[in-house]
Design a protein around this ligand. Structure first.
Ligand SMILES: [Zn+2]
Length: 359
């Protein structure tokens, strides 16, 4: 019977159909969150057929414990979603230094919360390893989910240029990290190149690769400690990786030791139509050779009826019709799941469209 079912599945794939995809949502702790609100929200999500929740409670262990327990009680898989590199209040020398010699502790690119750490700093790495080790020890946590596990956007997504008043024909020195003494010295020891003397550091391929390797190494260290606790690791990444993630934020994520990938295939950020989700998902599935499940991340617009009046592209996203297109495209491209940003943006029309496109 099992064999027959497997045969049916392989035939289904052969003719371009794919099974119904598991659906995940991103949701975070807010001022209104309580045990009761979590129980209510998670029960409702489960009723909608959602399989798991990626929940941001930062490194607050009490909140993670509470949310993870509520998720498990509702029958949901729990990913402890943590934005990594943007941290405040840590030792000064842990922050990355940009090409102009400014520490992210003092000067930030784009927005004040871009206080990014230096992923090459040994103490920063130890700090993350210890933090994620404690998250992984929470019984109801299934996965730790690494977000902002990257350098700052050295080039912003096309759709965001206007918002920040930028035209980015080259790498942006204010957001180009890290030029601290240690990074410069270690790169010189490896390559023989003094990057501070380079006429245009953005043209030095080894320098870009060095920083991709730094992020890959940090992910590996975190994954080792989480796996040792018997838990899994997922990561929220830029699309690609070659088409976007590698050169925008130094995420060569096809080389990462993770168990699931959630590329943020947010078409509106790149001024692309919904069907682009299919193209980029196909690249992602191929990049990992089908070995790591790709959950295609979709950006939902709560205010889709008035989308044309919203100037900020971060207020855009998929309408129910576009969601239908994106879901079908992601399925066809070989995604193993979907993840919606965010649960709170999903209107009744979106849920209906999702159900129709994903059966
Ligand atoms: Zn550094």
């Amino acid at each position: 019977m099992k064999r027959l079912f497997a045969l049916f599945l392989s035939m289904a794939f052969a003719v371009g159909l794919s099974a119904q995809l598991p659906v995940y949502v991103w949701q975070g702790w807010t001022d209104h969150t309580s045990e009761a609100s979590l129980e209510r929200d998670f029960a409702l999500l489960r009723q909608r057929g959602v399989e798991g929740v990626c929940f941001n409670a930062g490194f607050n262990l009490d909140r993670i414990r509470l949310a993870a327990r509520a998720a498990k009680a509702a029958g949901l898989v729990y990913h402890a979603w943590v934005p990594c590199m943007l941290q405040g209040g840590l030792p000064r020398e842990w922050y990355a230094v940009n090409r102009l010699g400014q520490s992210a502790a003092d000067v930030q690119a784009y927005v004040p919360y871009y206080t990014c750490l230096d992923p090459h700093n040994k103490q920063v790495q130890e700090w993350f390893v210890a933090k994620f080790d404690s998250v992984a020890q929470i019984a109801d946590v299934d996965y730790v989910q690494l977000d902002y596990i990257r350098y700052a956007d050295v080039i912003l997504a096309r759709g965001l240029w206007k918002k920040y008043g930028l035209v980015m024909r080259e790498e942006y020195p204010v957001a180009d990290y890290c030029y601290c003494d240690d990074c410069v010295a270690d790169f010189k020891a490896q390559s023989g190149i003094d990057i501070r003397q380079a006429k245009d550091p953005s043209r030095v391929k080894q320098w870009a690769q060095f920083r991709c390797n730094v992020v890959t190494h940090l992910v590996g260290r975190i994954a080792d400690v989480v796996h040792a606790r018997g838990k899994l690791v997922s990561a929220d990444v830029f699309p690609g990786p070659q088409s976007h993630a590698v050169w925008m934020v130094r995420q060569e994520w096809n080389k990462w030791k993770v168990d699931a990938l959630f590329p943020m295939n947010y078409n509106d950020f790149y001024l692309k139509p919904a069907k682009w989700v299919g193209k980029v998902t196909r690249e992602e599935v191929r990049a990992v050779d089908g070995k790591v499940p790709i959950y295609s991340g979709l950006f939902i617009s709560k205010h889709w009826r008035v989308k044309e009046y919203i100037k900020d592209p971060e207020g855009h996203g998929l309408s129910p019709d576009e969601l239908r297109t994106a879901v079908k495209a992601a399925r066809k491209a070989g995604a193993r799941g979907l993840c919606l940003f965010s649960a709170a943006s999903m209107t009744e029309d979106h849920w209906k469209a999702l159900e129709e496109a994903n059966r």
